[in-house]
Design a protein around this ligand. Sequence first.
Ligand SMILES: [Fe+2]
Length: 204
Amino acid sequence: MASKSPTSKTLPPAPATARATAVQPNLHQQSHETQKYGEIVKLPNGLSEKVCKESVALLNQCLADTITLRDMYKKHHWQVVGPTFNQLHLMYDQHFEAQVLLVDILAERIQLLGGIALAMAADIAESTKIQRPPRGREPAAVQIRRLAEAHEMIIIAARDAAKKVDDAGDDGSNDVFVSNVLRTNELQVWFLSEHLVAASPVTA
Ligand SMILES: [Fe+2]
């Protein structure tokens, strides 16, 4: 006679209290931090803790500045005014999207080195070196000038960071600084700068 498969066996119902416990979400959980900001969890990546820590510090500074620049693009996307409204409105959003990608690349690079990525707005505001723009609206030319200055600051820091992590043997972080951060920011500087020429879109 064929034996019954284990899955066909019907268990008796659990007591009502056990059922309730099994499905009731515990909404009051608390814990200490499991990793402090600045600490490194050593992962088997062939890099020393010291190297990882130094790379993470450089990546976090770049992350804070990149998040600030990303958000400045959205501010300007919303607040732009003038005869080039549509062109700038669209370009600002294209650049914003590219900066969003950079943010994720930087943050995940930090985490995979065993570090902690900055994330929240208050922490970014305390850490970024980019000057805070006013809340109010500014002319398009000033928007572009602010963005170009922020790009240049990030570019200079990225070149310096790329050399430091390269000297330390962290090739992956060097690649992020050069292939992602540097190249994206250089490209966006070009697009921005072409809008600051004297030629007017409305007068010959
Ligand atoms: Fe939009």
